[in-house]
Design a protein around this ligand. Structure first.
Ligand SMILES: C[S@@+](CC[C@H](N)C(=O)[O-])C[C@H]1O[C@@H](n2cnc3c(N)ncnc32)[C@H](O)[C@@H]1O
Length: 426
């Protein structure tokens, strides 16, 4: 906390966190423990319900048969924190009509709310004050039914839930979401920007709840506001609406000001040939643009009008899907051209060193490698492809080393090392 301080926010955001001193790229600005977390249903029984590490030997809670632990320590920690107040009534709760009627995302919120509220001893609990000190969301919706002691007043549940939508975080490992969490310190500190200078990563350790580390994505000057992305900035058409509805603000970040200036994004062509021509124009434009001048901001004076449809969400989704479909088993020409287009899009939308750019560069390097091992190439072509593979691997490493290790073992940095060895040996 000594590296940041709170100052009044000139928008509607109450306060903002600013750097007390220069913060170098890659530094950890703040660390915060989760107050409550919940796993997505698809990883239940695969990750420990306390520390959230993957384990093949999880033990089921014999009381409710619905929570799994990797060790006695993890089970004891969660028992003391909230499970002792939930366990006995859990089966009845999840079978209740009220719970069954909830949509999947509401069920997740209801469980997270149960985990949080079950920790409160009474209405004067200091932990409640920490949560209610957060800004409530713009619309108060009725809280879902939760599993908790009847002693907890309905107003506590309502007040806590009113802060869920605009304060909670997704928890990820290697950028893949596996749960949701309440991290009040981070919520109190950081506002949103679509061109953030920091990002949240998660550390999972034995007998501990997950920890969030906020990492500087570039050098941050003294007095500069530190912002996180509340959602994927690539949601170019829908993001302003989500900010209004879920968070109650209009984003005025440099990227949003750029898109305000260009106006509505034209639809991309539906014809595949024309769409591919648009993608080609984009990659040519990017190749002719200096590497450090890519991200679009309010200061960008000229951007070719005929390229604007690339910012349509349907175009970004189409390119990402084409790359995903072809990158493992080919056709590799399709995978590599769509992968290059996606990289160009990411470099325009995201700020430099954004972890998603690093992950995509690694995927591109892996696709080049897959093409070498699967296709019969002459020596000259193979050498050229290896060269490209090395280039992407280096760019991926430069970015992902800034973000550092996140979540489970054997992440992208280990994959980079493996691919480097394979390239050296081949
Ligand atoms: C997680 S809190 C952030 C901390 C908050 N500034 C505070 O003082 O507690 C989220 C709320 O902050 C405000 N906020 C966050 N980012 C903002 C931005 N870029 N512009 C205006 N308000 C923002 C919105 O009211 C949002 O619902």
């Amino acid at each position: 906390m000594s590296s940041i301080k709170l100052e009044p926010h000139e928008g509607s955001g109450r306060s903002k966190a600013v750097a007390r001193k220069p913060l170098p790229v890659g530094s950890i600005i703040v660390q915060c423990q989760a107050h409550a977390t919940v796993l997505l249903p698809e990883v239940k029984g695969h990750r420990c319900d306390t520390c959230h590490r993957i384990s093949p030997t999880l033990q089921k809670c014999t009381g409710c048969a619905a929570y799994w632990y990797c060790s006695v320590d993890c089970q004891t920690l969660q028992w003391q924190t909230h499970h002792r107040r939930i366990c006995k009534r859990f089966a009845k709760y999840t079978a209740s009509l009220g719970y069954q009627a909830l949509a999947p995302h509401e069920k997740l919120d209801a469980l997270l709310l149960s985990h949080l509220v079950a920790q409160l001893e009474d209405i004067n609990d200091a932990r409640l004050a920490t949560v209610t000190s957060l800004l409530p969301g713009p619309v108060e919706s009725p809280a879902p039914p939760i599993s908790c002691s009847p002693r907890i007043p309905e107003s506590v549940v309502r007040e806590t839930y009113a802060r869920f939508g605009n304060n909670n975080f997704v928890i990820h490992s290697h950028l893949t979401t596996f749960g949701h969490g309440v991290f009040p310190l981070a919520s109190r500190l950081f506002n949103h920007s679509c061109l953030p200078n920091a990002a949240a990563k998660y550390t999972l350790s034995a007998s501990n709840v997950p920890r969030m580390d906020v990492v500087a994505l570039r050098d941050i000057a003294q007095g500069e506001e530190i912002c996180l992305p509340y959602l994927d900035p690539a949601l170019l058409q829908s993001r302003q609406q989500i900010f209004q509805l879920t968070y109650g603000f209009e984003c005025r970040c440099p990227s949003c000001l750029f898109f305000e200036k260009v106006g509505p994004i034209p639809s991309p062509p539906t014809d595949t040939i024309q769409r591919d021509e648009l993608a080609l124009k984009l990659t040519q434009f990017i190749k002719a643009t200096p590497h450090d001048g890519l991200t679009l901001t309010a200061a960008t004076v000229s951007f070719p009008n005929d390229l604007l449809p690339i910012f349509h969400e349907s175009f970004v989704t189409y390119v990402a899907q084409t790359f995903r479909d072809a990158s493992h088993d080919g056709p590799y020409a399709t995978a590599l051209s769509s992968g290059e287009t996606l990289l160009a899009l990411y470099r325009l939308i995201y700020p430099p060193n954004y972890p998603q750019i690093g992950m995509h560069l690694l995927e591109l390097a892996k696709t080049y490698w897959n093409s070498i091992v699967s296709e019969n190439m002459d020596l000259a072509s193979e050498s050229a492809v290896k060269q490209e593979c090395r280039r992407y691997l280096k760019d991926a490493k430069d970015i992902l080393e800034i973000f550092g290790v996140e979540g489970d073992e054997d992440g992208p940095l280990v994959e980079i090392e493996t691919l480097e060895t394979l390239l050296q040996e081949s």
